[in-house]
Design a binder for this molecule. Structure first.
Ligand code: 1CP
Length: 354
């Protein structure tokens, strides 16, 4: 049942696509493929249209977002598009002073460290990101039966940028708050869960037919800590968008020990990095959820024969699964030859055609 007054937006024109069928663990004509970070730096046509436009500004221009999102679909024939944006866009939209610095990533001017700092994180309203609504509408009209994946950052990963002030390898300030002031931490991730849910709501309401929650850095945590300090906030996000009826994907890097919990948080599809074979991942996640993954993105530098061999290993390991979406184990690396990606899509389609 859905709450009164809320319409199920799940049945888009892409409903019967291979990607959405795989998310629902239904039979597919071929194994669907898309790549995390498929839009962006590896494509010359991307570098061309982005020239002179800062990253955050480019996320606020619906026509540019539409063009960049469509580029990998045209070029690679992937089975899904992923909305061109960034996980920090909703934080910027609620007024956090941050920038995305080339070669670095998100940088926050005044990190969040105290209870007083929490007041800077007000709830997100759809009107704060009207450029997202506009871009998603334009995109879904252009994409037709090709699904559009909306996305957001999960509370832990967003909190890590807000607390550290930028990218980190150790998350020392993040963990200091989590262990040292669990009440402040819980309130912070709860606010972030609200912002993230609202950002996903906007994308689904405008026509996105699936969503992915990126908890990229959750692999820094042991399972007991993940369960206690992170899972409740991520579960709140998945619950909040459940009424839309669109598949919910959950992904993080180095999360082999967390795969079962990331499923339990409320995902329909669990993303797997390259460190755990797909059959072992399926065993860890248990029945009732599809899996996405998991070719090592570095394999794309090894030449086509090696790519085929390694892709075949992924397909073999995933052959017993009820729902498999082929992807890389993390994002496309900037120096990847785009032709290697196009050939990989062809290979997976041809190997799995039924
Ligand atoms: O296909 C696509 O490229 C879609 C667009 C997309 C997505 C899905 C971008 C554009 N960012 C993201 C998600 C994102 N952003 C994640 C989760 C995915 C992942 O784990 O890779 C994370 C952690 C970020 C934060 C971020 N933004 C980083 C990582 C920094 C770190 O901590 O190591 C970076 C480098 C950015 C900048 C960014 N985001 C996107 C692009 C194309 C860029 C490059 C900057 C530029 O072009 O100026």
């Amino acid at each position: 049942g859905q709450p009164a007054g809320q319409q199920q937006t799940g049945r888009t024109a892409a409903y019967d696509s291979a990607f959405l069928r795989a998310c629902r663990r239904e039979p597919v004509p071929h194994t669907p493929v898309w790549f995390m970070r498929q839009a962006g730096r590896s494509l010359p046509e991307y570098r061309k249209v982005r020239e002179g436009i800062p990253m955050l500004e480019s996320c606020m221009r619906p026509e540019l977002v539409t063009e960049i999102t469509l580029q990998p679909v045209r070029r690679h024939n992937v089975d899904a598009a992923i909305f061109f944006s960034d996980i920090v866009v909703p934080l910027k939209a609620v007024g956090i002073d941050l920038d995305i610095k080339p070669g670095v990533g998100p940088v926050v001017a005044e990190p969040i460290r105290t209870r007083a700092d929490l007041d800077r994180l007000r709830p997100l309203d759809a009107s704060d990101v009207s450029y997202v609504t506009e871009a998603v509408r334009m995109l879904t009209a252009e994409l037709g039966t090709t699904p559009l994946i909306g996305f957001a950052g999960a509370p832990f990963t967003l909190a890590s940028y807000l607390i550290e002030g930028g990218p980190s390898r150790t998350y020392e300030n993040t963990k200091a708050m989590m262990y040292g002031d669990p009440e402040l931490w819980a309130d912070l991730v709860d606010r972030l869960a609200g912002i993230t849910s609202a950002f996903l709501d906007v994308q689904i309401a405008a026509g996105a037919s699936a969503v992915q929650l990126f908890d990229s850095w959750a692999g820094a945590l042991a399972p007991a800590e993940y369960r206690k300090y992170v899972m409740p906030a991520s579960a709140k996000v998945f619950d909040a968008v459940a009424h839309h009826g669109v598949p919910r994907i959950h992904f993080g890097v180095g999360t082999g020990e967390l795969l079962n919990l990331m499923g339990e948080a409320g995902a329909d599809v669990v993303g797997v990095d390259w460190r755990v074979p797909m059959d072992e991942a399926a065993r860890r996640v248990g029945p009732g959820r599809a899996l996405q993954g998991n070719l090592d993105p570095a394999v794309l530098f090894a030449g086509h024969k090696a790519v085929e061999l390694k892709a075949r290993e992924v397909l073999d390991a995933a052959s017993g699964l009820e729902g498999h979406i082929f992807n890389l184990g993390h994002g496309v690396m900037p120096n990847t030859n785009p032709e290697a990606l196009t050939r990989l899509v062809e290979y997976v389609h041809e190997q799995t055609a039924r």
